[in-house]
Design a protein around this ligand. Structure first.
Ligand SMILES: [Zn+2]
Ligand SMILES: [Zn+2]
Length: 240
């Protein structure tokens, strides 16, 4: 959707459905500060591959290091919380990009708390162009931008939203039924954009996504980035 159409669309929605907090119904916000402060935090991180408990930063466990491309996954919240699930669902499937800002700010606070070393660049998990046209925005790219704006104010970490491409239109990972299907679904689904290697080689990267379920999407993206010479690739998601 063009920015103008988006504004008209948002204006119409605001008139028909005045803003109400998803959590408590308070007027004027999508998510009021009290509900955002009460957003559940994930207290234990798990290895992105084998799901064993790992460090508070979510580093890939010792046994999986070396066989996987993803160096870790920090998921700030819990998808099983109804407020989190409803917020992410509304953000993504009811097309409300305004959620990116409060969620990005909340995520930045969690990252500061756990003292994750900051990367050189952020790369949002890309959408297939067809899905991007339909939704009008990439929820991961907006989240990456909001995170970049609030994490290091005045000196934002660059967001490279064009260097990784989704080249195959795949079914959502949440709708796959087995590990084999998930892996097959994403096989060769991502590729590096032309002339992007120089911006990837030797860099430490955070891959940003809204939700991780099995970690397969992030792993596939990480594999492409490591093949292009990335120094490290860490997944950062709002929830898992
Ligand atoms: Zn509220
Ligand atoms: Zn592991």
């Amino acid at each position: 959707m063009s920015p103008l159409l988006q504004k008209i669309h948002t204006g119409i929605l605001d008139t028909l459905f005045p803003l109400r907090c998803l959590g408590c119904g308070a007027p004027g916000h999508n998510l009021c500060s009290a509900c955002l402060a009460a957003f559940p935090r994930r207290l234990k991180q798990r290895c992105p591959t084998c799901l064993k408990a790992t460090t508070p930063r979510g580093e890939t466990c010792f046994a999986c290091t070396g066989i996987r491309s993803l160096d870790g996954l920090f998921a700030a919240s819990l998808y099983r919380s109804p407020l989190v699930a409803e917020t992410l669902h509304t953000y993504k499937y009811r097309f409300i990009p305004a959620f990116a800002e409060p969620l990005g700010t909340w995520l930045a606070d969690r990252i500061i708390e756990c003292d994750l070393p900051l990367p050189d660049i952020f790369i949002p998990v890309p959408l297939h162009p067809r899905r991007l046209r339909f939704r009008g925005f990439n929820q991961s790219a907006l989240l990456a931008k909001a995170l970049s704006d609030t994490l290091t104010p005045g000196l934002p970490i660059p967001v490279l939203a064009q260097s990784l491409l989704r080249t195959r239109y795949t079914k959502p990972q949440m709708k796959t039924e087995s590990r084999e299907e998930r892996l097959g679904n994403l096989m060769n689904a991502f590729a590096l954009a032309q002339n992007s290697e120089a911006s990837i080689r030797g860099r430490s990267i955070w891959l940003i996504d809204d939700i991780a379920t099995t970690g397969t999407t992030l792993e596939e993206c990480a594999r492409v980035l490591k093949n292009a010479g990335a120094k490290s690739v860490f997944g950062i998601t709002l929830a898992r």
